[in-house]
Each structure stands twice: as structure tokens, then as C-alpha cells.
Design a protein around this ligand. Structure first.
Ligand code: FES
Length: 137
């Protein structure tokens, strides 16, 4: 998945498209993350203003969900590796260590719904079953 460079006008369009949705704050945060790869601080203010809620409310939602990031990926290619129970049972911790040692930008996730094919990983929207270091590279 490739992300757009942060742009306030694009962010305004993305956020405005959720104006009539129920629970628009979380949906708008996810849409901004999907568009830019992270949620710029300016988007917090923009969402609060657009949906007439406090900045604290938007930030509270943002900070609750660990998948929402406040800065862009350093490499633009973050590998998410599941660290939940089923994947722990098949060695995700050693895969995480190996991936970090190999210089990959690793983020732990918690169950991608692919437990039978653990260890599970994700790169962008692509789900990887029986993940190995070679597959991740
Ligand atoms: S526990 Fe890893 S995908 Fe479910």
C-alpha cells in the first residue's frame, strides 16, 4: 500500500466524506491513517472541528487504538507480526526478534484472524500466513 504525502486539503476531503456516518470520529481517523499512513496532529483538530466535538474526545479515540499512528513509518514498509496467543505457540517471538535483527520495521499486532496459519504477519493489507523471515523480506 502506498500512502499520500500529508496534505491538509486532501485530509479535509477525506474527513468530510464521513460527515453523515454514525461514529464519524473513529471512521475519519481510520480513513486518514489509510490515506497518509499515520494521523497527522493537524488531522486531530480538523476532525474535532468537522464533527463539532472536542479535541480531547478525538485524541482520546486516537490514543485508544494502537493501530493508529502519530508519525509516518520510517521505511514506508512496516511489517506487523501477530504476538497473540496462537501465534506465540508457533514461534512469533523468535520471528519478531529475527525480523528486528534483519533491520525490518516491526510492529506487534494482536490477532489478525489467521490463527490457524500462524505465525501471522501483515504488510499493508496483505496477510501472510506461516510467516518466515524470508517471506517478510
Ligand atoms: S493469534 Fe495470531 S492471527 Fe490470531
Amino acid at each position: 500500500m502506498s500512502y499520500s504525502k500529508w496534505d491538509l486539503a486532501i485530509a479535509e476531503d477525506v474527513i468530510a466524506s464521513f460527515r453523515d456516518e454514525p461514529g464519524p470520529v473513529l471512521i475519519a481517523l481510520q480513513a486518514i491513517q489509510n490515506k497518509f499512513g499515520y494521523v497527522d496532529d493537524a488531522a486531530i483538530d480538523l476532525i474535532a472541528e468537522t464533527f463539532n466535538v472536542s479535541r480531547a474526545e478525538v485524541f482520546g479515540t486516537f490514543s485508544y487504538y494502537h493501530d493508529l499512528k502519530s508519525s509516518p513509518s520510517k521505511t514506508g514498509r512496516t511489517v506487523k507480526i501477530c504476538a497473540a496467543e496462537a501465534c506465540q505457540a508457533v514461534g512469533c517471538e523468535s520471528l519478531i526478534d529475527a525480523a528486528i535483527k534483519a533491520g525490518l520495521e516491526v510492529e506487534k499486532g494482536y490477532c489478525f484472524g489467521n490463527c490457524a496459519l500462524g505465525p501471522a504477519a501483515m504488510i499493508g493489507d496483505q496477510l501472510i500466513g506461516r510467516a518466515t523471515l524470508e517471506k517478510l523480506k
